[in-house]
Design a protein around this ligand. Structure first.
Ligand SMILES: [Zn+2]
Length: 109
């Protein structure tokens, strides 16, 4: 299957092997097609992994991380980098707001 990268617009081929891997290993849904070429995909994966680890930490202790400026700033850097790939800025905006709130309260962790 021929696909076009949404990030750099390069065209690339989706092989049956890649499709199988996506479905069985990455747990994508069955009609999934990659949005990015290999190069953009590997950058995207690294960023997603990093974003996920921040997300996990956040879901474990949102109340203490809410006042952890360093954590929020680092998370925001990752989210800003990943935003063009996701095409959604929802989490990014949320973290930005939390940081602004923190700044207003004058708290520093
Ligand atoms: Zn690309």
């Amino acid at each position: 299957m021929r696909c076009k990268c949404r990030r750099c617009e390069a065209s690339f081929i989706l092989t049956p092997e890649r499709q199988k891997f996506a479905y069985e290993v990455e747990k994508k849904y069955v009609l999934w097609v990659p949005r990015f070429c290999d190069q953009c995909q590997s950058k995207f994966l690294a960023l997603s992994e990093s974003a996920r680890s921040y997300q996990d930490q956040w879901s474990e202790s949102p109340s203490s991380l809410k006042s952890n400026r360093k954590f929020l700033q680092e998370w925001l850097v990752v989210l800003s980098a990943i935003e063009p790939y996701w095409g959604s800025a929802a989490t990014c905006k949320y973290v930005e707001r939390t940081l602004e709130e923190l700044a207003r309260q004058g708290k520093d962790a």
